[in-house]
Design a protein around this ligand. Structure first.
Ligand SMILES: Cc1cc2nc3c(=O)[nH]c(=O)nc-3n(C[C@H](O)[C@H](O)[C@H](O)COP(=O)(O)O)c2cc1C
Length: 190
């Protein structure tokens, strides 16, 4: 019997057009096992800064759209750079908003983390902060393999968007295989 298709959404933490993390995100469908269907999550670029007073007036429609996409997905992959040793403010703001939607959608959700950064640690410090936020939200974050793409401008061709470093390609394939198994094992069991 064919494996059930697992629908996974990818949230890119970088908003800039030439983002390396976006290039990695865009490469994922070509590296994923056949049963993993990857699509980009609805955007968060226009979310207002989180403010409980705004929330009291009604959660913005764009927040509800992302929240419902998270809820409907079998899993979520974050592709994010590291800003000042942590996650980008826009991404944190998006998570803060989504976390205020009733029956918050990250609870029990399988999550995987990937980061590309120009530093040698490849966004490791960002991942531990993101992982910590996911703990508070009761998400189920994959432990290993981890994807830290350090010195990313030397491993990704900015012109073509291709990941040129084959070791990185191999690590990503291994993580996506592990994530598919993780979702099959734990997804929907929360
Ligand atoms: C505000 C800001 C803070 C940054 N802080 C870090 C950092 O803490 N660690 C790091 O490795 N790179 C840092 N960088 C460099 C990023 O790794 C680099 O700009 C990367 O290309 C951003 O990802 P993107 O290409 O997906 O936008 C920072 C960049 C910016 C703009």
């Amino acid at each position: 019997m064919a494996d059930k298709t697992l629908n996974v959404i990818c949230i890119c933490g970088s908003l800039r057009r030439g983002s390396y993390n976006r290039m990695v995100m865009n490469a994922l469908p070509g590296l994923a096992p056949a049963n993993l269907k990857l699509t980009e999550a609805p955007p968060f670029a226009d979310f207002p800064l989180y403010n409980a007073d705004l929330q009291d007036k009604g959660i913005p429609p764009a927040v509800l759209t992302l929240a419902e996409a998270v809820r409907a997905a079998d899993g979520v992959i974050f592709n994010s750079p590291e800003y000042n040793f942590s996650m980008p403010g826009g991404l944190k703001n998006a998570i803060d908003w989504v976390s205020r939607v009733p029956n918050q959608p990250f609870a029990g959700k399988p999550v995987a983390l990937q980061s590309a950064a120009n530093g040698t640690l490849g966004g490791g410090r960002m991942q531990y902060d993101l992982r910590r936020s996911m703990i508070f939200l009761d998400a189920m974050t994959l432990n290993k393999p981890e994807i830290f793409i350090g010195n990313c401008s030397q491993k990704i061709d900015a012109k073509t968007g291709q990941i040129t470093d084959q070791q990185t390609v191999g690590f990503i394939k291994q993580q996506l295989e592990a994530f598919a198994k993780f979702i099959e094992r734990f997804g929907g069991k929360y």
